[in-house]
Design a protein around this ligand. Structure first.
Ligand code: SER
Length: 316
């Protein structure tokens, strides 16, 4: 029986991943934590206020609940990080080191930590980016993710800490709002469409980014964490991929369902960030090592997002 701790559990990924983990391990065995909260999505699980910059507090929670696995999700996303680079570095890197060190000291059996497509940079080949490639991120978020990957690999090599990671694309979901990423436009666009409003897109229409629907993001984390350790050959972070589209392609897909939907393109500083990220990733290592395969494509994701958001709108 596992006892699981999730940090950053009130976030876009944390809230839905915590629900999935409660389904797998039993809600009594999933301890959810965040610096603020709790939120309604986490009801039925034990909630702790936890600041990952406070190493002592992490250690106490692990001890108090007999934690055996940690999903460390607390972080600041790309756009927000550019507003406060120093805090982003402290939260994303010092926070990770605190968690890794507590896990090492307390013999945690498995750790999950998300990296990102942001770990790549302007010199990275932008189409079908290989697992092992040039990485020269020029955002503080990307620098923190690349550094984090190297710390994970260091803790695995030096101390045998079984830490596993994926480089998430932009995550699309409707249950909890995203927290200040460059890819958030791909969620906001649905909300505008549902309300019958024109959407002002902060990326150029031909900017292509790798994206993923939340059920696939959850599946990746769960599948990776369930795989036997012998199958995990990459100890920095795995490329995973699902849906690659430009802003204009997403808008066109939404228009299939909501004719007359209008989008205006007014690029801002986030366009500069997006321009340094790959347009698609080669995820063949994840496929061969632990059988990774996404289920959703642009069509099925768009259909489900619109259906779910209409349900939320008519029932609230
Ligand atoms: N979705 C994230 C962001 O835009 C990328 O990891 O910051």
């Amino acid at each position: 029986m596992e006892r699981v701790l999730v940090t950053g559990a009130c976030g876009q990924l944390g809230s839905e991943l915590s629900m999935a983990l409660a389904g797998i391990h039993g809600s009594e065995n999933v301890i959810v934590s965040d610096i603020n909260g709790p939120i309604a999505l986490l009801s039925g699980m034990t909630f702790e206020i936890l600041d990952v910059m406070d190493r002592q507090a992490i250690s106490e929670v692990i001890l108090r609940y007999g934690i055996t696995q940690v999903y460390h999700l607390a972080a600041m996303l790309s756009a927000k990080s550019e507003q406060n680079p120093e805090l982003a570095w402290k939260l994303n890197v010092d926070g990770l080191i605190n968690v890794l060190e507590c896990c090492r000291q307390q013999g945690i059996s498995r750790v999950f930590w998300p990296s990102s497509i942001a770990a790549f940079g302007p010199s990275t080949p932008s189409e079908k980016t290989p697992q092992h490639s040039v990485m020269d991120p020029n955002t503080v978020y990307g620098i923190s993710k690349l550094t984090g990957e190297l710390w994970c690999s260091y803790y695995f090599n030096q101390f045998g800490l079984d830490i596993r990671s994926v480089r998430y694309p932009g995550l699309i979901s409707y249950k909890a709002p995203p927290g200040g990423g460059t890819t958030d436009y791909a969620i906001e666009i649905f909300h505008s469409a549902i309300k019958g409003e024109e959407f002002v897109c902060y990326l150029k229409q031909d900017t292509q980014l790798p994206m993923m629907y939340m059920p696939d993001a959850i599946k990746a984390a769960v599948q990776l964490m369930q795989a036997p350790a012998s199958q995990i050959k990459v100890r920095t972070s795995y490329n995973i991929s699902a849906i690659d589209f430009t802003a204009a392609q997403l808008a066109a897909e939404i228009m299939q369902h909501i004719p007359g939907f209008k989008v205006k393109y007014l690029p801002d500083y986030r366009q500069e960030i997006a321009a340094t990220w790959p347009g698609s990733l080669d995820d063949s290592c994840a496929m061969s090592d632990w059988s990774w395969q996404a289920d959703h494509n642009l069509k099925t994701m768009t259909e489900d997002m619109i259906r779910q958001l209409f349900i939320v709108r008519t029932t609230s």
